[in-house]
Design a protein around this ligand. Structure first.
Ligand code: RRO
Length: 316
């Protein structure tokens, strides 16, 4: 058998493979974006941006977590970014032939989001706009996606301002009533073409026993959890929205650090799979390793392309 074909499509755009960075990792500065472009990732996304530049929260604001056989991260970056114009400038000179580019938007108010979305629309670029409804780390700001009325208003306003296909980044939900409520809002919008599940698990608390202390400074130590701890939560959310939003593409994010994890996200219904904590820890070489591991696993199962198993999770 010849080597499995990892190529795929996102909204009819061809990709060499289904991997990309998770927003926030390796995508805040142009030098990082250029390195991502040269990496083995099939697509890439910019750091979530606000209207103007932000320094973010005080350090330490990212902590690598190690436990018995577990790897993960806790972050409270607080949206450090260069402002929306910086990422639109990058988007204007990005090589779209090489790989698709996603532009992540996380304005602090409805008006800020609409200003950024209008700027992206007027730039008329082949960039994929994703609205981040789930930043857990801005002190005093609740996540829009945990307030269904606010989420409905934001998605409705952005859809009518943008008038092109766009996506949303969701936090994890933990109840079928919440999967249903979120999906009902998303399914009302035809221009909402994809859903990225999940952002970090918000407001987790990690404790350093020796020092009897928190491990990051912002928000009294509460931050977004990523890595191994969140994989089953991510898979549940990917599959829950895959089942409830048949007309929409699902992008999986959460807990991916092996080819087997990529396979599980694809099986649960993801079309693309993002890598956050493992990219932060391992660097850009993670993409070629994950592609290699995914191809080896597919080969051992007799699959020659992703379509052979994508979304085909069996239940008992
Ligand atoms: O910058 C952050 O603190 C951050 C954001 Br915007 C997000 O969406 N998710 C996350 O874990 N951190």
């Amino acid at each position: 058998m010849s080597a499995p074909d990892l190529s795929t499509e996102f909204l009819s755009l061809p990709l060499a493979n289904p991997l990309m960075n998770a927003s926030g990792v390796w995508c805040t500065r142009v030098a990082e974006l250029e390195a991502l472009l040269d990496s083995a990732a099939g697509a890439m996304v910019t750091k979530s941006c606000t209207l103007t530049r932000r320094d973010g929260n005080p350090e330490p604001r990212y902590r690598t977590l190690t436990g018995p056989g577990l790897a993960g991260s806790l972050n409270s970056m607080g949206l450090p970014n260069e402002g929306h114009g910086y990422y639109l400038d990058y988007a204007a000179q990005h090589d779209y032939e090489q790989k698709p580019l996603f532009f992540s938007v996380s304005g602090l108010t409805l008006d800020d989001n609409l200003t950024i979305v209008a700027a992206a629309r007027d730039a008329v670029l082949p960039v994929q706009l994703e609205l981040n409804l789930s930043c857990p780390n801005v002190p005093g700001k609740a996540q829009p996606a945990y307030d269904f009325a606010a989420m409905d208003e934001l998605v409705t306003e952005v859809a009518s301002a943008y008038r092109r296909p766009f996506g949303v980044k969701l936090p994890p939900y933990f109840d079928f009533a919440h999967f249903d409520a979120a999906a009902e809002i998303l399914n009302r919008h035809d221009h909402l073409a994809w859903v990225t599940c999940i952002n970090s698990v918000g407001n987790a608390l990690v404790i350093d026993t020796a020092n009897e202390s928190t491990v990051i400074r912002p928000k009294d130590g509460f931050g977004g959890l990523g890595g191994d701890y969140v994989l089953p939560i991510a898979l549940a959310n990917v599959n829950a929205f895959h089942r409830r939003c048949p007309g929409k593409v699902i992008i999986g994010c959460g807990g991916v650090r092996s080819g087997e994890h990529v396979f599980q996200h694809l099986l649960a219904g993801a079309t693309l799979v993002q890598v956050g904590t493992a990219l932060y820890e391992e660097g850009l070489g993670v993409f070629s390793r994950l592609n290699r591991e995914l191809a080896r696993l597919m080969e051992s199962k007799g699959y020659s392309r992703i379509a052979d198993f994508q979304g085909a999770l069996r239940t008992l």
